[in-house]
Design a protein around this ligand. Sequence first.
Ligand code: ZN
Length: 252
Amino acid sequence: MALVSFVFGLIVGSFLNALIYRLGSCSRSIFDKDSVCPKCQHVLAWSDLIPVVSFFLLGGKCRYCRKKISRQYPLVELATGTIFLLIAQNFQFSIFNFQFLAQLVFACFLIVIFVYDLKHYLILDKVVLPAAILAAAYQLIAGQLLNGFYGALILSGFFWILYLLSRGRAIGFGDVKLGVFLGLLVPFPQTIALFFLSYMSGAVVSIILMAIGVKSLKDRLPFGTFLTFAAFVAMLWGEEFISWYFYQIGIR
Ligand SMILES: [Zn+2]
């Protein structure tokens, strides 16, 4: 079962790569059947599209134009495989479960937003809005809609104030909209875990990037990338974190 969920994740990851590319391209629709090389536009054969394997067999280069294939492709595939494995493990591999299937779908949204924001410093409405609607429907079925609403209010409300006070310098308006989706996905009180984790991971990565000289204090970081990472962790382990935290401060 572990292998099945990992391999399924690899295949889905390869579709997510194509989706991320097409979302940022004006010449390709997300519904096009063929996949093409982003450099030479040659239509790819099935043997060029085996997740991870094709990348290594081709030596990281396109079969037709010999230009380099971005490392994003195998990395996203491996990450999606690992994430699907982690979610399946969290459900003890009882996979015919509504919550499990929903978490796989939300993980796909998180991966797309994560990679797209990292590449383009942009969070797309056509990704975030459907995600937010699905998250609201999911919490309605799970009987958590009110807590999801509180979560969305806390996150997007805080980001909106930050956006207004900094006149869009500290945070983009895309993050305000992303806060609605993530708050619904990770309902209150787990939203607090998401909040701390996104700022902590953002701070740790910034310090590392500054220490190795890749970024300076003035550089912007794609905050949506940290938010989606934190949302994934909070979606999987948020409840454990919150009960641990309440235990630490003596509430429980
Ligand atoms: Zn090519």
